[in-house]
Write a protein that binds this ligand. Sequence first.
Ligand SMILES: [Zn+2]
Length: 393
Amino acid sequence: MNNLNYDPIILTQALVKCASITPKDEGALDIVQNHLSHLGFKCTRLPFSDKNSYDVDNLFASIGSDGKHIAFAGHTDVVPPGNEASWKYPPFSATIEKDKLYGRGTEDMKSNIACFISATEKFLKKYGKNFVGKISYIITGDEEGEAINGTPKIMEWTKENNIKIDHCIVGEPTSNLQIGDKIKIGRRGSINFFLTVKGVQGHTANGHRAENPIHYLTNLISNILKTPLDEGSEFFLPTSIQVPTIDVGNPASNVIPEYAKASINIRFNDQHTAESLIEWLEEKINSIFSNKKNVSCKLSHEINGRSFLNKPGKLSEIVAKSIYQATGRNNEPELATDGGTSDARFIKNYCEVIELGIRNQTLHKIDEYIYLNDLKELTNIYYQILENYFTKN
Ligand SMILES: [Zn+2]
C-alpha cells in the first residue's frame, strides 16, 4: 500500500495488466479503490445481481463535504482482444514502445481513469480535504457488456442513499486530433424495427389469385425512405434510416412467397423519441395495410438507446475554459453528439453530464494504444477542471 504510484502512465499500465474482459475484474477495481482510499476517499463496493444478467462488481467512492458535487465516471472492463497472436505485444502486457503505450483498454478507458485519479491526487495535495464540496467516482465493471448490473444500478443506489450529484464527467475517449478538441454533450438514440408482411402464396402465373408480400413491403420501405425525418439540429446530425436487410428466402422463380421480412435501424436525434418513431411507423403501415383483407404487416421493435442532449451549461463552460488553461489551445472544443452509446445515457437523468477523454483512434482494435504525452495533457485538463470547479466559481 505504501508504494502506490499516482503517475498516470504507471497507473494505466497497472490497470491494463488486469485482463478484465467483461464481466471479469481481475483486480482492476481493487487498484482504483486502493489508490482512492489512500487519498482519503470513502469507498463502497457495490456488487449487483440480477436474474437477467451475470453478477458485476462496482465501486462508488467519495471525498469531501456538503456543497457542489462533481463525479468522475468510467468502466474498468474491456472488450476481448480478439486474436492475441495478431497483436504486436501481448494485449495485457501494457508495453511501452517509444511514445506509445499498447494494450487492450489503454484508450477505452483505463487511461482516462488513471488520469482522473492522478488529477485528483494533485488537487488534494494542493487543497487538502478543505475544499468545499465533494468529488466522487462512479466506476463499473460492466459497460462493454450488458450493462444491467453496472452504472444504472449504481445511479439508483445513489438515489436511494440520498446522494445528489450535480455534475459528472465520463472518461470515454472523445478527443480527435488533440486532447480536448472534442467533447460529447449527448448521443443519438437507436431503435431497430422488424417488419413481417404476410401475403397469399401462389403461382407467379396466377398473380390475381395471390398477394405478393414483397410488393407491399418494398412499397412500404420506399414510403419510409421517401422523406427525410428531419434536417438535423444545432448539435445533432439528421436522423438516419437504414434498411440492413430484406429477407424472403424464396428459391423458386415461379412462386409468389407467403412472407417477406425486413429490418430497419434508425439513429435519431433529439427531435424524436423511440415512442414517436413507433407511432410514425405504425401510421405508415396503416396507410398501406388497414383496408387490406388478405395482406397484413406485423411490427416489432428493440430500443437500443434513447437520444439525449445536455444543453451546454455550467459544466461545459468550465470544461472549455479548463482545456484552454491546461493546453494553451484556445479553439473552442467541438460539442458533439456522434458515435455509439455510453454510460452517460444512464447518468443524464441524475445530473449534467459530459464526456471528455483521450483521443478516439484505436479502441476495440488489435494493437490498441495511446500516446504517453496525451496522458499528461489529459491529467492537466482534469486537474484544471477540479480547480475551476471548486475554487473559482
Ligand atoms: Zn468505453
